[in-house]
Ligand binder design. Structure first.
Ligand SMILES: Cc1cc2nc3c(=O)[nH]c(=O)nc-3n(C[C@H](O)[C@H](O)[C@H](O)COP(=O)(O)OP(=O)(O)OC[C@H]3O[C@@H](n4cnc5c(N)ncnc54)[C@H](O)[C@@H]3O)c2cc1C
Length: 453
């Protein structure tokens, strides 16, 4: 019997299979820290559905683990290689197959970047709504597998809300088609929704039917500064519900300082928090005026509003830089937790208290309007004790979020990073059901083993 690699080389175009150690290293991890990565037996950069099916048939017959991979921008270790696996990379399957303005549907291969689909849609007056900050570097396949969120999810929902149907390859190499193009479809169990967010553990997504919406330009943008976190938290609760904002983002002082250090945007580095709000409806002037008044009444020390789209994007640019800016300050351990809107002030307080208790730096930023924050522990790994303190603080933030009735991950997924925490959030029966469903899709347990649940 020939080896797995020999079988892959015999079944696939030569250019798609690599056993080079440097290539394996390049594709070994995503962007999460603290997650172990194994050594792949081969990296396959598939260019066709046939290739994906061939990989899965060989893997299934030989019991070889397969780690599906998009662009590797994940933040939970979900795409990390495991020893002896095949890393099955979908980034080369990057064609927009069809975009139909009359049905507002796009049919795309999994390696299409989110931003490329959105730009193609905008040429027809449409948009692809889910907008992870990584939209120009992450793939639709990866977004589907992680059920990616973003800033405008406050108004438009997450990836799952914008996927009509999927084509996917099962562990045994067979092809399934889920969902329908129709607006309404209640035919049977919703396998599309099940696959969205399954983190490569159930099937390999090879085609995505994405729903598009009429494009909405940002009609008004507001930036407000607060002298204390509690006032910013109260403003979030007031603004998130009734105002029909399309975005409501927060950056705390640590994050603002980090952004200012790399971008010189004249941000007030003494403010405790900065809120950024955006509206995309024609009544923007009235909504912005009311939003501004609310912030001022709740103690904002500075408020500025623009109705100019380009200027609004400049305001929002500071938020897009949050993570890269914090990464310039030291080693980062990025968290991703979610609570209901009334609990956002408590979560902000929790992060500050944890920072104080463990004497670590926490930069908190995120999608305040939907309750999904990213407290980021910044530390110097060369200093004794700092990494341990960061890990302890990370644990405390997750535990505190659970006490607030929240979720251990809002949008980055469980992957490897949040696996221990998932068991604290779900019961044994719920976890057992998830594992049972995996057993139906992937009886040999070869798809992304050791990830998620
Ligand atoms: C700077 C930065 C900002 C970010 N901002 C956001 C944000 O705002 N919101 C957000 O949600 N995330 C964000 N992320 C995280 C990341 O971009 C998302 O999780 C994204 O969806 C991952 O896409 P990817 O193509 O890189 O997938 P990968 O990282 O390659 O894979 C992610 C997971 O999906 C699986 N997978 C990938 N492709 C497939 C496929 N075709 N079939 C089956 N499984 C597959 C992998 O096995 C893995 O479990 C950010 C990351 C960075 C670096």
């Amino acid at each position: 019997m020939s080896s797995v690699v020999e079988q892959l080389e015999a079944a696939l175009p030569r250019s798609e299979v690599s056993t080079d150690a440097d290539v394996a290293q390049t594709y070994a991890t995503d962007q999460a820290g603290f997650c172990r990565a194994g050594r792949a037996a081969a990296v396959v950069r598939a260019r066709s559905v046939d290739s994906v099916q061939a990989v899965m048939r060989i893997a299934s017959a030989t019991g070889t683990p397969v780690v599906p991979r998009g662009a590797g921008t994940g933040l939970s270790g979900g795409a990390n290689a495991v020893d002896g696996c095949i890393v099955l990379c979908l980034e080369k399957m990057d064609r927009i197959l069809e975009l139909d303005p009359s049905t507002r549907l796009a049919r795309v291969e999994p390696g299409v970047l989110n931003g490329s689909l959105d730009r193609a849609a905008r040429a027809h007056g449409l948009m692809y709504a889910p907008d992870p900050a990584s939209r120009n570097i992450s793939t639709i396949g990866g977004n589907v597998a992680t059920n990616a969120g973003g800033a405008c999810c406050l108004k438009y929902g997450v990836t799952r809300d914008h996927i009509a149907r999927l084509v996917a390859v099962l562990a045994d190499g067979s092809l399934i088609r889920t969902g329908a193009d129709t607006v309404k479809n209640v035919a049977g169990l919703d396998l599309t929704s099940l696959l969205v967010g399954s983190e490569g553990t159930l099937a390999v997504v090879v085609e995505v039917g994405a729903r598009l919406m009429p494009a909405r330009p940002a009609c008004g943008t507001m930036v407000a500064q607060f002298a204390d976190l509690a006032s910013a938290g109260r403003a979030i609760v007031e603004l998130a519900g009734p105002r029909n904002l399309s975005k409501l983002e927060i950056m705390d002082r640590t994050t603002v300082r980090a952004v200012e250090a790399i971008a010189n945007m004249d941000l007030d580095t003494s403010a405790a928090a900065l809120l950024l709000a955006q509206v995309d409806t024609v009544d923007a002037p009235a909504i912005m005026a009311a939003t501004e008044a609310t912030c001022e009444a709740l103690g904002a020390t500075f408020v500025a509003t623009t109705l100019d789209e380009r200027e609004g994007e400049l305001f929002m640019r500071a938020r897009a830089m949050a993570l890269p800016a914090l990464e310039k300050q030291g080693h980062c351990l990025l968290d991703d937790v979610a609570v209901t809107i009334p609990r956002v002030p408590d979560l902000l307080e929790l992060c500050a208290a944890v920072a104080e208790r463990h004497q670590v730096t926490v930069g908190t930023f995120g999608h305040a309007g939907d309750g999904n924050l990213h407290p980021t522990l910044v530390y110097d790994a060369r200093e004794p004790g700092q990494e341990a303190a960061a890990l302890a603080a990370f644990d405390d933030i997750v535990a505190g979020t659970l006490k607030l009735g929240g979720s251990v991950t809002g949008e980055h997924g469980v992957g490897m990073l949040k696996r221990p925490h998932l068991a604290r959030m779900l019961g044994e029966r719920e976890l057992g059901l998830m594992r049972g469903i995996k057993g139906v899709f992937d009886p040999g347990g070869i798809l992304n083993p050791g990830k998620a649940y």
